[in-house]
Design a protein around this ligand. Structure first.
Ligand code: M6R
Length: 611
């Protein structure tokens, strides 16, 4: 997590850094800071705990402004705390001697380094980053050469890092180097800029490159250069941003989360329609040949959080529908599990950001066993896409709110298309059946639109939740996969403890927690298990819980229930979309009515780049 930015050029560095940090804030918002090198070659560091807005206030303070007004070179950081609490001292940038450092990642051997370099009395913060700054400074004192300093320091470090480095006596340069944690770079007329993600680069043009791992970046106003650790100069591999990164605007909605929920029908169209040709699913647009699935006997889905929940839906579809064994493994567990992957396994890595470090590590491990690694990712050009054999982009557009909504829905769309394609290849679907499947998948967009039009009704359903401390979501089968995501949404944005429980399992212990103060959301969209889930809902109602039923189809005893919400009815496997969007709205309105910062829930960050 953490966002980093570095700038050198014709614009005012302070403004560039603050504007860019606001765009990177979703990566962490425990504290923010900038360091600029002013014309007198003075390093001026300004930092503040809390959000970037606090830092902006500090930077507009008259005294501060005077000192940094004319600077055209600087680095900035927005922090998600790992080593050391949320304090001003722990906020980046960190200075040791002539070195000023920002860092995204974790230096795992920082304790050993403190001992090795006798840093005990030299450090003021509790961070691993300051240890790295001290080692950079140690070598700079010896060499007086930035490149040599970086080479020597990097050999000492274990862990992940994206560093932006200022050498106080080099006011015309910003340096950077990375391992795993991302850095992208843009160079235009009279300016160069680096950042953790392309969104921060939007004002500077549309050609960028990804800084290769273990390469020293030297940015000047008029040039950028790359050198590997052996001292060889390299050419950057430029890419063009071909999607709209200027979506970072709430367009009248109070929060990005609501805007992104409302954008779902369009995002679904962008993901589904380019992959339909003459009424059939066609993945050639992704460069995915049918041969990818030939001889495949097992699917392993990896991801974290919401992305992993999308994988659970895919498991349900593919394993039950096509009888292909599917494992869904939390990426952070995968790498320690000795997973059963062979060259016949299709590994599907799901990620919105394409940068989640656990998912990336899992992709790297999987790639040792199979050449069938398929990434389903939203962010174009992200690390996971570059390291996978195949990529299906989910065209959600930029997702800013920490809570994933539209990214999840389009992950589902991609997975449904994959399911439909596999069903045909495995001859489970004939031509007519696939066409029918395609019609349905296009039609579900209308269901989502219906739900969105009904958002005020859904808002009213949340009245009891707003007061609750604990709540349960119950469901069976496919509904169980959906409630895992529904409950995660509620937890992360409203801070209400929400457990998703297999409805039939409740009475084996957990029902002891049900009281009048525990609202229950029962999801009943699957015909096969509807009656059973309803019985379980009756069991919690009998213990005093107020129950909100999200239901597909008729309910004979509707009058007996507190609150019932009818979802647009459709064949069971297609109930997923309207149900999950309804639960997104429930979470959103609950958090909104609690007066919380919905887009930036406490303790979280949008991109999780630490293990
Ligand atoms: O970028 P990714 O999809 O790889 O992120 C994985 C999770 O961190 C993410 O899905 C997280 O659970 C959601 N933001 C929660 O809404």
């Amino acid at each position: 997590m953490c966002g980093i930015i570095g700038y050198i050029g014709k614009r005012q560095a302070k403004k560039v850094l603050l504007d860019s940090l606001a765009k990177l804030e979703y990566r962490g918002y425990d504290s923010a800071g900038i360091a600029v090198l002013n014309k007198e070659s003075h390093v001026v560091i300004t930092k503040s705990i809390g959000k970037v807005a606090n830092l902006e206030v500090m930077c507009t303070d008259a005294d501060a402004t005077e000192e940094i007004e004319d600077a055209g070179c600087g680095i900035g950081h927005t922090r998600w705390a790992t080593h050391g609490g949320v304090t001003n001292t722990n906020a980046h940038p960190h200075q040791q001697g002539r070195i000023v450092l920002i860092h995204n990642g974790i230096i795992e051997n920082f304790r050993e380094l403190i001992v090795k370099f006798h840093l005990e009395n030299q450090l003021v913060s509790e961070t691993d980053t300051e240890v790295a700054a001290a080692i950079f400074n140690y070598y700079y004192e010896q060499t007086n050469n930035p490149e040599e300093t970086i080479q020597k320091t990097i050999h000492e470090l274990q862990g992940t890092f994206a560093f932006g480095i200022l050498f106080a006596d080099h006011k015309d340069c910003v340096y950077a180097i990375r391992n795993v944690s991302p850095i992208v770079v843009m160079h235009g007329e009279g300016e160069s800029v680096l950042a953790s993600d392309i969104m921060a680069l939007a004002p500077f043009g549309n050609r960028y490159f990804v800084l290769p791992e273990y390469h020293i970046l030297k940015m000047k106003k008029d040039t950028v250069s790359l050198m590997d650790l052996q001292g060889n100069m390299c050419e950057p591999d430029y890419l063009t941003i071909d999607w709209d990164v200027n979506q970072a605007d709430k367009q009248g909605y109070p929060f990005f989360m609501e805007k992104e929920i409302m954008e779902q029908p369009d995002a679904m169209r962008r993901t589904i329609l380019p992959r339909i040709k003459e009424g059939m699913i066609d993945l050639t647009v992704d460069g995915i040949p049918d041969s990818l699935f030939e001889g495949m006997d097992h699917i392993c889905v990896i991801g974290c959080g919401t992305a992993m929940h999308a994988g659970l839906v895919a498991k349900h579809l593919i394993q039950q529908g096509l009888k292909i064994p599917v494992d869904v493994i939390i990426a952070s567990e995968f790498i320690y599990e000795e997973p059963l992957i062979t060259d016949k396994t299709l590994v599907i890595a799901i990620s919105q950001s394409g940068e989640t470090i656990d998912t990336l590590a899992a992709v790297r491990l999987a790639a040792k066993y199979t050449k069938r690694v398929l990434a389903i990712v939203n962010v174009v050009g992200s690390t996971i896409t570059r390291e996978s054999n195949y990529v299906m982009y989910t065209n959600a557009g930029t997702e800013i709110a920490v809570a994933s909504t539209k990214a999840y829905t389009v992950q589902l769309c991609a997975l449904y298309l994959l399911f439909g394609k596999l069903a045909t290849i495995k001859k489970c679907y004939n031509y007519a059946k696939q066409r029918e499947f395609v019609l349905q998948i296009c039609d579900i967009i209308k269901d989502v639109e219906k739900i969105l039009q009904d958002k005020e009704t859904i808002h009213r359903l949340t009245q009891k939740l707003v007061q609750a401390k604990d709540t349960f979501y119950i469901g069976r089968g496919l509904d169980h996969s959906l409630i895992l995501e529904g409950s995660l949404k509620l937890k992360e944005v409203s801070y209400i403890h929400a457990e998703a429980y297999s409805a039939g399992e409740l009475k084996h212990g957990t029902i002891a927690l049900i009281t009048e103060e525990t609202p229950v959301i029962a999801v009943m969209t699957q015909k096969k298990v509807k009656a059973k889930t309803k019985s379980n809902a009756m069991e919690v109602r009998a213990r005093g819980a107020s129950v909100l039923l999200l239901v597909a189809g008729e309910l004979e005893d509707e009058a007996d229930w507190d609150t019932v919400y009818h979802l647009p009815e459709r064949e069971d496997i297609f109930m997923t979309f309207s149900t999950s969007v309804t639960m997104q709205l429930i979470a959103y309105y609950t958090a909104l009515d609690k007066g919380l910062d919905v887009d930036k829930p406490r303790n979280l960050a949008k991109v999780v780049t630490v293990e």
